[in-house]
Design a protein around this ligand. Structure first.
Ligand code: PLP
Length: 397
């Protein structure tokens, strides 16, 4: 008999965190490392936010807060979503959690269970299937169209929706593809879900990093949004990944269930980080714009670099800070006697021969692809892509 509960066997370690650990290990050993696996901005948390945290400590804002977050932060969230997303909600529609990962986990726990099916689009962020599986529900994968920012294949979506479907997880801008869905694609998905009261998760963690056109929050596109749960985060927008503040907005019954669960698990999000998050959301927003413009420049640079690599195809992603090139032309190639059968083999070969850290598409449900993050300097982008090109040129078929 296994000593561990069966729910643990339903989940896997996060592939992206594993690659981050590998990069840290190479650095510790003083080996050259070009880390293109990073899932966080390479910027410091803006000064005004840091100062707000220091002030919180000075003012002894260091105790437990209400489980679902402070009133000040909830008010700041309501102000922010009205300003940036044209969304109007009440205080009982908001819960603050320890990062949006925690928010999404809690929401899945509150809504899904054995017998339910939850739709996840491929390629997906590594954690979505696991959030679903750990509840006992089953993730159901729907294909996307890489030529159209990885929007849904609507024929496949229609086929996969059935009486057991309880939820659907949308992530635009997407990790790992960087794809941003059009308003039409978002609305079409929502309409299909509304036909049978499916809960629609809109993970909007990368909402501020959209390069061409304006971003629209899904819930703001229609009044028919009562089943939409919106997830946002301070992590990427304000370079605050370590502070662990994310939030959910939506149906008060779901928010209340998530609060109950949170109260019995983490008690509350960090009190100091909550004070800092108020400043992040209502204070000066110029750092967000600066970051966005820098990322756009780097996106253009990495795309130009990838175009120099033979037989690698990459669509132009409209958001986030990832590109998701197709390396499938290199699968089956040999280095010495060893055959590289999967994109994971390819990533490991690139890592061993160059020190460039990437994440294989296999873990995002996209064999043949590799995720490269451009949340790193232009110098690293150029060096890393040059090294990948050189490593690939050494392969035999
Ligand atoms: C798509 C997506 N959603 C949610 C998160 C969670 O972010 P956090 O928990 O730091 O708010 C991430 C982080 O990588 C992400 O890529």
């Amino acid at each position: 008999m296994s000593i561990l509960a069966s729910r643990i066997s339903r989940i896997s370690p996060s592939a992206t965190l594993q690659m981050t650990a590998l990069a840290a290990e190479l650095k510790r050993l003083n080996k050259p490392v070009y880390n293109m696996s990073v899932g966080e901005p390479d910027f410091a948390t803006p000064m005004n936010i840091q100062e707000a945290a220091k002030k919180a400590i000075d003012n002894n804002h260091t105790r437990y807060t209400p489980g679902s977050g402070t009133r000040d932060l909830k008010e700041a969230i309501l102000y922010k979503i009205k300003r940036d997303n044209s969304l109007e909600y009440d205080l009982n529609n908001v819960i603050v959690s320890c990062g949006a990962k925690h928010s999404l986990y809690n929401a899945c726990q509150a809504l899904f269970e054995s017998g339910d099916e939850v739709i996840v689009f491929e390629p997906y962020w590594v954690s979505f299937p696991d959030f679903v599986s750990v509840t006992g529900a089953i993730p159901i994968y729907v294909k996307t169209n890489k030529k159209k920012q990885f929007e849904p294949d609507f024929d496949d979506l229609k086929k996969k929706i059935n009486k057991k479907t309880k939820g659907i997880i949308i992530n635009s801008p997407s990790n790992p593809t960087g794809g941003v869905w059009s308003n039409e694609a978002l609305l079409q998905t929502l309409e299909l879900c509304n036909e049978q009261d499916i809960w629609v998760f809109s993970d909007e963690c990368y909402e501020q990093f959209v390069y061409d056109g304006t971003y629209h929050s899904l819930a703001a596109l229609t009044n028919n949004n009562s089943r939409v749960l919106t997830f946002q985060s301070c992590s990427k927008t304000y370079a605050m990944t370590g502070w662990r503040i994310g939030y959910t907005i939506g149906d008060a019954r779901v928010v209340s269930a998530m609060s109950k669960l949170q109260g019995q698990s983490t008690s509350c999000p960090n009190s100091i980080a909550q004070q800092a998050a108020v400043e992040a959301l209502v204070g000066d927003q110029s750092s967000v714009d600066n970051m966005c413009r820098t990322f756009q420049k780097r996106r253009d640079l990495i795309l130009a670099q990838l175009m120099q690599i033979k037989k690698v195809e990459c669509e132009t992603p409209n958001g986030a800070f990832y590109v998701f090139p197709d390396f499938s032309n290199y699968l089956g190639a040999y280095y010495n006697e060893k055959q590289l059968k999967t994109s994971n083999d390819l990533c490991m070969y690139i890592l061993d021969s160059t020190g460039v850290v990437t994440v294989a598409g296999d873990s995002f449900g996209a064999p043949g692809y590799i995720r490269l993050s451009y949340a790193t300097s232009e110098q690293t982008i150029i060096k890393a892509t040059d090294l990948i090109k050189k490593a690939l040129s050494k392969l035999n078929f």
